[in-house]
Ligand binder design. Structure first.
Ligand code: 5GP
Length: 226
């Protein structure tokens, strides 16, 4: 019998701009009720269609800095345009204690901070199939200025250089394939010996005794070899 650790695992999902990590994460959450998503705090303004407490907890710079001083974050970083983003300590701790695996959808700086704190964290990097595809996806969005787009590209190139710090890289060409690859990672991680608390075997003597008493078992030859 194998007993797995009761506490859930931390899973970091990072990715380049327009890699579709948000869509991948949504699909994973839909399929797995034992996986939860940590909702980050940010000082960036809310975008159209976003909801406070669903996409992020939107707070002012002052509120964010107070939270830093209170030690409320597991990690935090200035990510886009000097805006703060941070992972709340209390909420994540509670989800892990409930036995949930918790996804942190955070950038590479945050990923490194978490890895230092919890070395057993699973780090997954999601990539778009090519930078040409990224360009297409950004244009299709059509929401940003040229300057913002160039900044995004520069960040993406920098982040790709950080991939060796991750455990897994998944190319998101076809959504279904990308989700399946991440599910395969989860399954393998669950089987890792260091994620298992105890391997308990039934009593050896009892099993051998029952085996020898079994009428259907011809023990005339093998008994003495046991
Ligand atoms: P966006 O503003 O487009 O929602 O997110 C910008 C970037 O911030 C993304 O790369 C996202 O992964 C990252 N991010 C979101 N939440 C956090 C967080 O709590 N911590 C860190 N370090 N990065 C985050």
């Amino acid at each position: 019998m194998i007993r797995r650790k009761k506490q859930g695992s931390l899973i970091i999902i990072s990715g380049t701009t327009c890699a579709g990590k948000g869509t991948v994460v949504k699909e994973l959450l839909k399929r797995h009720s034992d996986i939860a998503l940590s909702i980050s705090y940010t000082s960036r303004p809310m975008r159209e269609g976003e909801e406070n407490g669903v996409d992020y907890y939107f707070v002012s710079v002052d509120e964010f800095e107070k939270k830093i001083q209170n030690g409320d974050f597991l990690e935090y970083a200035k990510v886009q345009y000097g805006m703060y983003y941070g992972t709340p300590k209390r909420e994540v701790k509670q989800l892990l204690e409930e036995g949930k695996d918790v996804i942190l959808e955070i950038d590479v700086q945050g990923a490194q901070q978490i890895k230092k704190l919890f070395p057993e964290t699973i780090l997954i990097f999601i990539m778009a199939p090519s930078m040409v595809e990224v360009k297409k996806r950004i244009k299709a969005r059509g929401k940003e200025s040229n300057e913002q787009i160039i900044k995004r590209f520069q960040t993406a190139y920098k982040e790709i250089n950080e991939i060796p710090k991750y455990n897994y890289v998944v190319v998101n060409d076809v959504l279904e394939d990308a989700v399946e690859k991440i599910e395969a990672i989860f399954i393998s991680e669950k089987c890792r010996v260091d994620r298992i608390e105890e391997i308990a075997m039934e009593n050896q003597e009892e099993i051998i005794h029952e085996f020898l008493m079994d009428k259907d078992f011809d023990n005339s030859t093998s008994y003495h070899n046991l």
